[in-house]
Design a protein around this ligand. Structure first.
Ligand SMILES: O=c1ccn([C@H]2C[C@H](O)[C@@H](COP(=O)(O)O)O2)c(=O)[nH]1
Length: 182
């Protein structure tokens, strides 16, 4: 086969880990985890990363108080019942922020990587926005009604959330990042 001059030039390569390509799943969950780190929630930091069908990130978010309300003394207290003195009535969830922050016209057909199984309100948002794939890391709230309702909502909408299991790979990937490497 005739080679073009481009064949001799270095081509952009996907990021690698220990010499091999990093699976997209690992990469996108790592991004969700990095954004979770930005959350001011002292108990549960959630990160979300929306990826389109071309494999591009089109939205990121983490749980935080609404824009402009960050330093207004809204409570970060947790626990039930979820009264006025608790964070739940105020905090914007990671999925909401990721959808609101989208850099594309819409998120139709996208996949959301999220570090916590979405609650019912986020499940509604995900369904309404046209996101078709959900990959989650933790399911620590599986016994909450919010999560149980989310399971029902996803089932009704034909979305099958998939648990991300490659925890070791994602930890190794994050640990392999060396900002001083040339
Ligand atoms: O789908 C979800 C569900 C919850 N969150 C956020 C909301 C809160 O800031 C924490 C949960 O706090 P707990 O102390 O574990 O009750 O997670 C979210 O972003 N997305």
């Amino acid at each position: 086969m005739a080679s073009s001059s481009k064949d001799n030039e270095p081509q952009p390569q996907p990021p690698t880990q220990a010499g091999g390509p990093i699976e997209d799943d690992v990469y996108f969950m790592a991004v969700a985890l990095m954004f979770a780190k930005k959350s001011p929630d002292p108990n549960t930091k959630v990160g979300a990363c929306i990826v389109n069908q071309e494999g591009n990130i089109v939205g990121i978010g983490y749980n935080k108080m609404p824009n402009g309300c960050e330093d207004k003394g809204l409570p970060w207290k947790r626990g039930r019942p979820k009264g006025l003195d608790k964070k739940y009535l105020y905090v914007c969830h990671a999925e909401l922020n990721a959808i609101m922050n989208k850099t594309s016209m819409d998120v139709e057909g996208c996949t959301i990587y999220v570090t916590l199984y979405p609650c019912n309100e986020c499940a509604k948002l995900i369904i309404q926005s046209g996101i078709k794939g959900v990959v989650y890391l933790s399911n620590k709230h599986k016994d909450y009604n919010e999560t149980k309702a989310a399971v029902k909502l996803f089932r009704s909408a034909g979305i099958e959330p998939r648990q991300f299991l490659a925890k070791r790979e994602v930890a190794d990937f994050l640990a392999s990042i060396d900002p001083f490497a040339e």
